[in-house]
Design a binder for this molecule. Structure first.
Ligand SMILES: [Zn+2]
Ligand SMILES: [Zn+2]
Length: 153
């Protein structure tokens, strides 16, 4: 895992939402869960974790849809551009992540794992060299990431 953080900026398609944040740019996820599939209308969602507490909206704030007991999805009400998966509980903020295509320089980001591969579409293969985690493996992965990103906890 590459645990460096990088200052980034980004926003939605119409520009109404603009943000800055410190992110783990080389530690993105490709999430194949069914909620991401429905929410994006795509086979997966690719996101970059945000360093807890560093996400700032510079103009408008997103609208949110609560998509599970853990998180809500922020999007622009004007253009529909999807921006963020925001943890519902403050203590889970280390899991909050930004959608890679909303970054001003998405080419700088690198995914480092596939998650929820148990619902990955069989015809959809990308970044095949990366480690994969099914739903039942995620508790162990997240426990590891939580400790790694929150040395003070
Ligand atoms: Zn917009
Ligand atoms: Zn997902």
């Amino acid at each position: 895992m590459n645990n460096e953080t990088t200052k980034v900026t980004g926003g939605c398609l119409c520009g109404r939402i603009r943000y800055e944040a410190e992110v783990f740019l080389k530690n993105g996820y490709i999430c194949h869960c069914t909620i991401c599939q429905r929410s994006t209308g795509q086979p997966s969602e690719i996101t970059v974790p945000i360093k807890a507490g560093t996400l700032k909206y510079l103009e408008a704030e997103p609208k949110y849809y609560v998509s599970s007991e853990d998180g809500k999805r922020g999007f622009c009400e004007q253009c529909g551009g999807r921006i963020v998966w925001q943890a519902l509980r403050a203590e889970d903020d280390w899991l909050t992540n930004i959608h890679v295509g909303s970054l001003d320089n998405p080419s700088e980001a690198r995914p480092s794992s596939h998650i929820f591969v148990n619902t990955q579409l069989p015809w959809y293969q990308l970044c095949e060299e990366l480690p994969v985690f099914a739903e039942e493996d995620l508790d162990a992965l997240f426990e590891f990431l939580k400790e790694e990103r929150n040395p003070d906890l």
